[in-house]
Design a protein around this ligand. Sequence first.
Ligand SMILES: [Zn+2]
Length: 415
Amino acid sequence: MDLLKVNFPRLQDDIETLAAIGRSDDDLGIYRMAFTDNDMQARAWLKSRIEAAGLDCHEDEAANIHARLAFDATRPSVMTGSHLDTVPGAGHLDGALGVMAGLECLRCLKEQGKEYSFALESVAFTDEEGRFGGMLGSQAVSGRITPEIIHQARDLDGQTLTEVMQRRGMTPMNILRARRKPESIQAFVELHIEQGPVLEQHNMCIGAVDAIAGLLRWNIRLSGEANHAGTTPMQMRKDPLQGFAEISAALPRILDENGSPRSTATIGYVNCFPGAANVIPGRVEFSLDMRDTDMPVLDEMAQAFRKAMSAIARRHKLMFEYEEVSRLEAAKCDPGIVEAITAISRQFGYHTMQMHSGAAHDCMMMAGITRTAMIFVPSMAGRSHSPAEWTPWEEIEKGANVLLNTLHKLASEAA
Ligand SMILES: [Zn+2]
């Protein structure tokens, strides 16, 4: 197969133009949270770029923006895309890379002037980063949104999704209509920065993602007895912070014994009550985030945590309660597409490895309705969700070239 190449100066220019939308004046990064003025400005700019490329521009009921080539609603689409929205204080590549590279690929495929077996679509998904819960647009397309989710969604300031969308002239309940029939999508491939240190550490240019980790998040509460720090003898205490420390120290062992090499467990939040230097704590609350690409492994790990916590709580005479606050199913990528990404990368002479994604992406939702895979490019020092986010331009070009040829191959397959 002859390899196609993107028009890199054109792509770089688009990425740089988008990066200026929502950038703070004091170098604290980019602020393009979903449905903010900055996000709306980026959306309007993207639409103008799609139209300037002579592609069809379609905004669906979940405010996802689609660039379309040879789309006629009778045959399925080979789809790519990512998100335009950012976390507060973001870098310039998370999401933006996949959207702009997707548009560049469609421009290149249009310039090929070839008749493809399938339509091509590049999507900018709404609210991936979670102002209103996360992956809103891709959840809508993959049919996971319910009226309750729309009704209850609100941001950290208490503004509801309903009022925010209405203010933008949109009809929130119509989000349900953005759902696509599985047979209308042939495949979905997302190009994204790795947001971790693995590719750089292995001196690799391209990661062919074979799975996206599932996630379990618990809120845990250990209750003991608040008491005087000076008068209560050590052996007569019910100190939940001592119990917490033992649980925290047990994480590596539980992962070794019950997890896989891809397992992670993180306590990212802990609060101690009442929180005074001369008071034995009466209560400790903390979070536990557990991930693996295999749900049975993840469930076994969770079971082991439950057992360890209850044994430790008993030993320290504590009460222990936990609540599952989220559960996201792991997604397996399509082995054929992963193989195609690997083969194309090798043909270019790019160093490539198969890996998994520890972070959730829109691709994870799309895996529920179609064949998917992801292409990762290295994140320098593993930095992301920060203005320090950086990937060298030559690595971005490689990722975009691999995406272009993957889409070309998928669109050329026999219908
Ligand atoms: Zn992202």
